[in-house]
Design a protein around this ligand. Structure first.
Ligand code: GDP
Length: 175
């Protein structure tokens, strides 16, 4: 069955966003210790497709060895998984473009993995600020990509973008 993976820096709001999409608080669990969870969790939706919860990246306190282990494991999943349709890269809408997120997107581009951007926590500031940060991020990607990937501004708190994300998935599933 088709898989849609969610990834981003630790604390970006990934668990909250997954829980919002499926109306199930506590389905995707927040790790008490960021960077601790190193599993790939699958959640079957409507007996039709999977949400794949990938461990967060960029947690400063994990050792170099465990970071390398993470990289190998996740990169193998991303590049080899045939059922993977699209990866949602979560970006904190409050921040200006962060190098680690840009580099991850560049790597996806290099490997020709389809992905879309989800800007998170948009309720934390005015919509204009979120749009400004989203545009700055896409501009950075534009230096590398001919076609900038789709992006959706979201808030798990306010359920912003929920329909857009689900519609995006249903559209890809139709093809
Ligand atoms: P994860 O580590 O990426 O899975 O992030 P979590 O979903 O656990 O969220 C990290 C923190 O950000 C938690 O304190 C959440 O309550 C908070 N958070 C996540 N999404 C939102 C959001 O849309 N709005 C607000 N205001 N806070 C959020």
């Amino acid at each position: 069955m088709p898989e849609y993976a969610f990834i981003g820096r630790s604390n970006v709001g990934k668990s909250s966003l997954i829980n919002m999409l499926v109306n199930h608080h506590g389905l995707a669990k927040t790790s008490q210790r960021p960077g601790k969870t190193q599993l790939i969790n699958h959640f079957l939706i409507n007996q039709e497709w999977y949400i794949v919860d990938l461990p967060g990246y960029g947690y400063a306190k994990v050792s170099k060895t465990s970071r390398e282990k993470w990289e190998k494991f996740i990169r193998a999943y991303i590049t080899k998984r045939e059922s993977l349709q699209c990866i949602f890269v979560l970006i904190d809408s409050r921040l200006e473009p962060q190098q680690i997120d840009i580099e991850f997107c560049y790597w996806l581009g290099e490997k020709q993995i389809p992905f879309a951007l989800l800007f998170t926590k948009a309720d934390k500031q005015g919509m204009n600020e979120s749009i400004k940060n989203a545009n700055a991020f896409k501009k950075k990607l534009g230096e590398f990509f001919e076609e900038v990937p789709a992006s959706i501004i979201t808030s798990a708190e306010k359920h912003t973008g929920k329909e857009d994300v689900l519609n995006f998935i249903y559209e890809v599933n139709k093809d």
